[in-house]
Design a protein around this ligand. Structure first.
Ligand code: DX5
Ligand code: ZN
Length: 235
């Protein structure tokens, strides 16, 4: 049974925003109904692309009160964490195989006052979370290989999402803290209901939102579909 007591959150990914007008894009997308700002950090080492770092995070911070959700696609991980915390990040997630000591990295994020989480690539097994459940505020499942926006959703992620949902629900029903379940990659209006039905509560979408002229229209359409994913036959 799917518990839908969790809030749902839409987290537009700035990767597909206009980099020449980032502050304005952040304000517009939050006005359009975004809950979080998803901030993709790529280092041309862990992934073959290069994006934005703590200075850009600091620059957009005054433009919104919405939580900034920093997705680190960098290796190594630890040195950059205090810099992002100082730059105003609220949530920091990283890929466990990119850190020499994932348990220590999770603690480091929390010591710096941010929510912490692990990111799972399509081929990364979920058991990386098993022994750090008490340190997780969020689990992020990649539904594309990391590095680029505009890729196609990998359908096998739906089954993995349901597995992650079960792990999290088991943990919470045994008295554990809440853990958000976020999905990232290829999320669109036409697949978000199935993604919701599989158990996600937080939805990253880059090209689907920033690729359209009316952000509000897309975000509202996504929310209608999410509701269908909760009430439809698969729920
Ligand atoms: C990919 C990034 C994603 C990306 C999603 O490595 O982590 O956040 O921006 O973009 P779309 O929604 O276009 O697949
Ligand atoms: Zn991301």
């Amino acid at each position: 049974m799917m518990p839908f007591s969790q809030p749902t959150r839409i987290a537009p990914s700035l990767l597909s925003a206009d980099f020449a007008r980032l502050g304005e894009e952040v304000r517009n997308v939050v006005d359009a109904g975004a809950d979080w700002i998803h901030f993709d950090v790529m280092d041309n080492h862990y992934v073959p692309n290069l994006t934005i770092g703590p200075m850009v995070c600091e620059a957009i911070r005054p433009h919104t009160d919405a939580p900034i959700d920093v997705h680190l696609m960098v290796e190594p991980v630890d040195a950059i964490i205090p810099q992002f915390a100082k730059a105003g990040a609220n949530i920091i997630t990283f890929h466990p195989e990119a850190s020499r000591h994932p348990d220590r990295t999770l603690s480091l994020i929390k010591e710096h006052g941010c929510k912490a989480g692990l990111v799972f690539n399509p081929a990364t097994p979920l058991n990386w979370m098993d022994h750090v459940m008490d340190k997780l505020d969020i689990v992020l499942l990649m539904s594309v290989n990391p590095g680029f926006g505009g890729q196609r959703f990998i359908p096998g992620t739906l089954g993995k999402l349901a597995q992650a949902r079960r792990k999290i629900d088991t943990w919470i029903s045994a008295g554990g803290q809440p853990i958000a379940l976020e999905i990232d990659g290829g999320v669109k209006v036409d697949n978000i209901a199935a993604i919701r039905a599989a158990g996600a509560d937080t939805f990253v979408a880059g090209s689907a939102i920033f690729g359209q002229p009316d952000y509000k229209e897309v975000i509202q359409a996504m929310r209608r579909q999410i509701f269908k994913g909760e009430t439809g036959p698969s729920a």
